[in-house]
Write a protein that binds this ligand. Structure first.
Ligand code: ADP
Length: 258
């Protein structure tokens, strides 16, 4: 509850420790950030106080997914998270221009993450989602250390190759004694907008295999869905923009289990 204590500092003593999920994947492009953003927006829409810390320092996509790009306000040494779609956000993307590379190395990354956790006035939160960079690099290691009370949410596609690399992240979390909250399989099948038929474009079984390997369960399967991609490009989470489409229905259902 170490981070919980720090997040509570400055809040009324009645404050509770937030539930913290570290959303991770083996490789990029499997939809980890999209899933994170939508789970956050769905939880906020259900009345929870939600924060998203974009720990994908180099490949941040939280500003894009929430359609905001402005510098957080700093008051007396603390920063206020940026609010969008009912969610409190913090991302390196708020501090750099879009085409500027973030060139920090290990120690600086660790420091930046520490500041995002400790010097950001998150206020009272029910849930904090950490959008990890893909893989098992420096940042993931730092976060395991900085946020020992997080639970891992592993995102994979159904493809065997994606599942295999995601398994390494799960292994890393287990070695650090981080509990695994579950697996979200993304891009599970493509649903035809015309006939409603579904095609397993990226194969089948990755989610189940990963969950079995990790001794956890598949929390849900999010289909490949055009409105999900469009919503991300527009900067509005699909669960808010088009709540009736297949991906949004499933993401909202998964959020309710967190
Ligand atoms: P990651 O965080 O794993 O690198 P992103 O969340 O950035 O992946 O997603 C990569 C791309 O795939 C984005 O353009 C996103 O809109 C798209 N995408 C993710 N999940 C889906 C899905 N279920 N259906 C359609 N497009 C998706």
């Amino acid at each position: 509850a170490e981070l919980g204590d720090r997040l509570r500092a400055g809040s009324p003593p009645a404050g509770r420790t937030p539930r913290i999920y570290a959303v991770a994947s083996g490789k990029g492009g499997v939809g980890k950030s999209t899933i994170t953003a939508n789970l956050a927006a769905a939880l906020a829409a259900a009345g929870q106080r939600v924060g998203v810390l974009d720990a994908d320092v180099w490949g941040y996509s939280v500003p894009q997914l929430f359609g905001v790009r402005r510098s957080p306000i700093a008051i007396g040494g603390v920063m206020l998270p940026v609010r969008a779609h009912g969610v409190r956000l913090m991302s390196t993307g708020f501090f750099v221009s879009e085409d500027q590379p973030v060139v920090w190395r290990g120690p600086m990354l660790h420091k930046a993450l520490e500041q995002f956790l400790a010097d950001v006035c998150w206020g009272e939160l029910d849930v904090l989602l950490l959008d990890l960079p893909p893989g098992t690099g420096d940042i993931t290691l730092s976060l395991l250390e900085l946020v020992p009370d997080a639970a891992l949410l592993a995102v994979t596609t159904p493809q065997a190759a994606a599942r295999a690399v995601a398994a390494r992240v799960v292994r890393m979390a287990r070695d650090a004694r981080m509990p695994v909250a579950g697996v979200v399989e993304n891009m599970s099948a493509a649903v035809c907008a015309h006939c409603g038929d579904s095609t397993p474009l990226f194969g089948e079984g990755g989610g189940d295999a990963l969950a079995e390997q990790a001794g956890t369960e598949v929390l849900g399967r999010v289909p490949l869905d055009l409105p999900l991609r469009e919503a991300g490009d527009e900067g509005v989470p699909v669960v808010l923009r088009s709540p009736g489409v297949p991906s949004a229905v499933e993401l909202t259902r998964i959020a309710a289990t967190l």
